[in-house]
Design a protein around this ligand. Structure first.
Ligand SMILES: *[C@@H]1O[C@H](CO)[C@@H](O)[C@H](O)[C@H]1NC(C)=O
Ligand SMILES: *[C@@H]1O[C@H](CO)[C@@H](O)[C@H](O)[C@H]1NC(C)=O
Ligand SMILES: *[C@@H]1O[C@H](CO)[C@@H](O)[C@H](O)[C@H]1NC(C)=O
Length: 251
């Protein structure tokens, strides 16, 4: 099942020849779901409603009704009952790229980001991430500039946010879920320079922006993006972290 959409185009003052050919092509394509009847009158003007149908890559037109004003003033209306074609149930062939040996590999094609303007804040840091090379645009369009924000929210909670630096009301909902859907944990009171903070954030620009998060009390590395590039596009985000064997990641 795929998303389908309809738009209706009202064609006025078609010649009967056009209307008849639209009718026959509709009849031909969806012959089994159309109705009976042939257009035999010789009117001077005709009005036809043609619905345009989109399904995946497929697109078609179906005549849904037409009427003719005849020379002697009578009007004849034909209605063509439309039934969604069986092909509407067949979605486009989508092979997940992890199973497609020919899929473009974002990790080898994309440049990653470089952090700059790193600024300490009360509870962490902010930085700007800029594309570290030419855009790869593998599965969408690379976002040039990202904003990184790291906040130590409590002794055991670190918040890392990476989002497009420039967002406004026209596109923010594409990237940021509203607070009533996903409520973000709030900033707790932390003295970030005390020894109590258990999570340590370390970042590097070599060879491109990466970071690690270490839980100091156990020595566990919770996130480690070294050896990978961050890919941030309008339709695709790839963030790679090393995981130990048999590790569970929630969220
Ligand atoms: C119309 O019906 C015939 C016979 O039942 C069938 O072979 C044909 O595929 C059908 N055409 C469409 C467009 O559904
Ligand atoms: C109008 O013309 C059509 C076709 O020429 C004819 O069938 C119909 O009876 C006519 N109607 C009137 C009211 O004369
Ligand atoms: C969001 O829209 C603004 C203004 O239309 C534009 O400047 C900005 O680049 C857009 N951001 C993204 C990530 O597309």
């Amino acid at each position: 099942m795929g998303a389908s959409s309809w738009s209706t185009i009202l064609l006025t003052a078609l010649t009967v020849v056009n209307a008849q050919s639209a009718y026959s092509s509709a009849y031909g394509v969806y012959g089994n779901s159309s109705t009976s009847g042939h257009i035999t009158a010789s009117p001077t003007a005709a009005t036809a409603t043609v619905s345009q149908y989109f399904h995946g890559d497929a697109e078609g037109y179906v005549l849904t009704s037409c009427s003719f004003s005849q020379i002697n003033g009578t009007a004849t209306t034909y209605s063509v009952q439309f039934t969604v074609p069986a092909s509407a149930d067949v979605g486009p062939n989508v092979l997940p790229n992890i199973q497609d040996p020919h899929a473009k590999q974002a990790q080898t094609l994309c440049p990653g980001y470089t952090a700059s303007d790193v600024t300490r804040t009360e509870n962490g840091l902010t930085a700007t991430l800029n594309l570290a090379g030419s855009a790869c645009n593998v599965y969408g369009t690379d976002i040039e500039t990202l904003a990184l924000e790291v906040d130590v929210q409590s002794a055991h909670r670190l918040r890392i946010s990476i989002q497009p630096a420039y967002l406004d009301s026209s596109n923010i909902s594409q990237y940021i879920l509203p607070d009533d859907l996903v409520h973000l944990p709030e900033q707790g009171v932390v003295q970030s320079d005390t020894q109590d903070v258990d999570l340590q954030f370390t970042w590097s620009n070599e060879p491109s922006f990466s970071f690690t998060v270490l839980r100091k009390s156990t020595g566990d590395v919770l996130f480690d993006t070294r050896g990978s590039v961050l890919v941030y596009e309008n339709q695709f985000i790839e963030f790679v972290s090393q995981l130990p064997q048999d590790y569970n990641l929630y969220g």
